[in-house]
Design a protein around this ligand. Structure first.
Ligand SMILES: Nc1ncnc2c1ncn2[C@@H]1O[C@H](COP(=O)(O)OP(=O)(O)OP(=O)(O)O)[C@@H](O)[C@H]1O
Length: 219
């Protein structure tokens, strides 16, 4: 289970953007979290992905209360959650080729063995040909870069996936392709998904359950 219990978080403890949020995600479940722009969805998604320390409340991941966030999160927990952000250019090192971008989590966790095969398999799955893998972020489109970012999120085979407006800047066919990659991965592995967005049509079609921000957090 991925549990967010009474999460209050933000960028200034005197005026948090997320107040007392509660959310429970069961293994294998796909939950869509809907809310208007600026309400705090991305902030909560970053807390769920262990990338942002809450001011109050507890994240419980597979039974373990999380005590450290970002680089202080234990590796076993950090690697259990894959995350895809809305803007791939903000989350991609511009110096890396797409191949190295996808392989980054393997290198960071010392798993070089079999890395080439893992990257090749995922590149094929997300629809990136060998010609694109040698390019750097500024040499590809947003959609192609987002495909690489999704492959990067899956390369450690996480039990949980957090997709924060993953398709917000993509066209309909790239959106459909990336959603189907996530769903195929989930069918194969039983991973749970938290998909954050403001498009109710997409999230209701994609996810077994949707929740509105007003049901999850206060104010
Ligand atoms: N790094 C930051 N420093 C200070 N304030 C921030 C930071 N990031 C976000 N905020 C503020 O926190 C509030 C919530 O932002 P957040 O990105 O979590 O909302 P959101 O619901 O994901 O919005 P959107 O749907 O537009 O992406 C906003 O008022 C935003 O301006």
């Amino acid at each position: 289970m991925l549990e967010l219990q009474g999460i209050t978080a933000g960028y200034d403890p005197r005026s948090p953007v997320v107040r007392d949020a509660h959310l429970t995600l069961r293994p294998g479940e796909a939950l869509g979290l809907l809310g208007p722009s600026g309400c705090g969805k991305s902030t909560l998604a970053r807390v769920a992905a262990l990338l942002h320390r809450p001011d109050r409340g507890t994240v419980v991941l597979d039974g373990s209360p999380v005590t450290g966030f970002r680089h202080r999160a234990p590796r076993s927990l950090r690697t259990a959650v894959g995350v895809v952000f809305q803007q791939p250019r903000l989350s991609a090192d511009p110096r890396l080729s797409l191949r190295d971008l996808v392989a980054e989590p393997l290198r960071a966790t010392g798993r070089r063995h079999g890395a080439d095969a893992a990257v090749a398999g995922l590149a094929e799955r997300v629809g990136l040909g060998a010609d694109l893998l040698v390019r750097r972020p500024h040499e590809v489109s947003d959609g192609q870069l987002q495909r690489a970012c999704l492959a990067r999120a899956l390369v450690l085979r996480p039990r949980w996936l957090v997709c924060d407006e993953m398709t917000a800047m993509l066209d309909a066919s790239t959106t459909a392709a990336l959603v189907s990659v996530v769903e195929e991965y989930r069918r194969e592995t039983g991973a749970g998904l938290l998909a954050v967005g403001h498009d109710p049509v997409l999230l209701r079609r994609w996810c077994g359950r949707t929740a509105d921000w007003s049901d999850v957090a206060r104010g």
